[in-house]
Structures are given as C-alpha cells and as structure tokens.
Design a protein. Structure first.
Length: 297
C-alpha cells in the first residue's frame, strides 16, 4: 500500500474533471489543517470550499488559451491530518514524495501555511522557493511554538536550505524577521516596490533572482491579495495587491520549472465564497500556465 492510499481519502473533485491516477499529470491534494492558527481559524475548511468554487467557474483561461477541462487532473482527496503538527507534516511529506516519484505534479490546497514546510521537505534542497505572501513568516518562534504559520519559512531556510528563497508581496514583518532575511539572504519584494516598479519590471526582477535555478516550488498565501478582494483569510493585512496585478505577475513567472505549488490560508466562513472563488481561479491559471510552458505554446 502506498502512502497516498494510507493517508488520503476522497472528497468532492476539484474542477469536476477527474482522470485516473495513472492517466493524470496534475494531482490535487487537500490538507485541512489549521492547528497553529493564532488569529482567525478555519482554513481547515478551505479545501472543500475551493473545490466547490472550482466546479462553478468557467474553465477557459484567456491568459493561456488553455481549457482546464483539457488538462489531465486527478483529485486524490484530503490528507488525514493528525492533532499534532509534526505528524501531519510527516504524512504530507511522504504523500508528496509518492506523487513526485510517480512523476506527477502535486497541487496542494490548504489549510494553513505551515503545511508548506512538509511539502518543501519532500521536494528537497535543489529547488528555489517562490513565495507570494503578505508576511515573511521568519520568526524563530511565536507563542512558544517553533513550527507554526509564523515560523515555517525560517524552518525551511534552516532545515531544507533551498537554493533560493524569494518572497513577493511582503508588507507585514517584525524587526527580527527583516534582520534574519538580510543575514540569511532571503530576498523579498514589498507591495510598495511592486506598485512603484510595475508588472513588467517586477517580473524581470523575479526572473533575474531565479535565473540560475532548475526547479521552483511556488507557494501562494491568499493574504498576498488585499482584503478588499479576499476578506476570508486567516491573517488579513491591508495595502495588498489587486487580483489583476497579482495574476499579471504570477502568470509571467510560472513555467515548466514549477515542480509543485500550493494555495493556502482560505478561511471560507469569513465571507460568502468570494475568497474561495479567487483561490480556485488562481489554481486554474497556474495549472494552465505550467501546461502552456510544457506544450511550448
């Protein structure tokens, strides 16, 4: 029995399109986990809400000229989370390794952002981590916890040591995090920089940082967007990106180097579904951009 059979069970199918595991290129995995959440809770309900939203938005991407219905997608269901963070991350790491070993592309729907630590452990150090997030998440500990949604990027930096870490959309940090970022060569582009530079220059800067890496792991915290667009996130932060600017940047930096990605921190009970719809749309667009690059269109 594989870990994906041991730790995962079925749920409503993302996008409504389901191929067999063997046929599929893209693997959807939900992780309904928000054990370390410290402000709002509820991202454990995110995978279900995003799946429901994905079945009610159109599948044609005008940005890529690809239809999601033409992609070979398999929804594995949700990880069996534990009541302990370390065990959940271990199960996630083993399951993602299973998916990668089968030469599939994992697409993980959170859940809180801590889950990215388990995923990056599975991928390993020969990868750049590209983060879209309002927060740096580089604290050493928070409320006595060394592994949480506020510290996971520091643990990734210390434990996995990826080739590069680049955080985009930053607008919330403490002095400790900024100092650690400078000391550890964790680069970040603030929301203010992005607005000043514009989309084209921002894309050039991101691609320059990532120019010499072969693999990219992409992680998207929905709070990178302004709360006016996505009110139902666990840690909303004002002065964020608008959806258009975000997608304009995101779609230009997604390509066949992206080996996996996640979308996290949707807490659907704080709005009437708009945040989940945005999350589903983002997943559609990222998948289509990866597929476009693979087809060399």
């Amino acid at each position: 029995m594989s870990y994906r059979e041991l730790f995962v069970s079925q749920s409503p199918v993302f996008s409504g399109c389901q191929r067999t595991f063997e046929e599929a290129d893209y693997m959807i995995l939900g992780v309904p986990f928000d054990f370390t959440s410290t402000f709002r809770t509820g991202s454990r309900f995110g995978p279900l809400a995003i799946r429901e939203a994905s079945q009610n938005i159109e599948t044609c991407s005008f940005r890529s000229n690809i239809d999601v219905e033409d992609l070979r997608i398999h929804d594995l269901g949700d990880l069996h989370v534990a009541g302990e963070t370390g065990e959940t991350l271990k199960r996630l790491e083993l399951t993602v390794k299973d998916i990668l070993d089968a030469r599939k592309t994992p697409i993980i729907i959170g859940g809180e952002h801590t889950i990215t630590l388990g995923i990056v452990r599975a991928i390993g150090r020969n990868t750049a981590v590209l983060v879209f997030d309002a927060h740096l998440d580089l604290r050493n500990e928070y409320l006595g916890q060394k592994v949480s949604h506020t510290t996971f990027m520091r643990r990734i930096c210390e434990q996995v040591r990826p080739e590069k870490i680049l955080e985009v959309g930053t607008r919330a940090a403490c002095k400790e995090e900024i100092g650690y970022a400078k000391k550890s060569n964790v680069q970040f582009f603030t929301t203010q920089q992005i607005r000043k530079d514009g989309v084209e220059e921002t894309v050039k800067k991101i691609n320059k940082v990532l120019a010499d890496v072969r693999k990219v792991y992409l992680t998207i915290d929905m709070d990178v967007l302004d709360p006016a667009f996505v009110p139902a996130v666990q840690n909303p932060e004002p002065d964020g990106l608008c959806m258009r600017t975000f997608l304009d940047v995101l779609c230009e930096v997604c390509g066949n180097r992206v080996v996996a990605f996640d979308v996290v921190e949707v807490a659907p009970h704080y709005d009437a579904g708009i945040t989940a719809i945005h999350a589903a749309k983002i997943i559609f667009e990222v998948m289509c951009q990866i597929e476009k690059a693979r087809r060399n269109l």
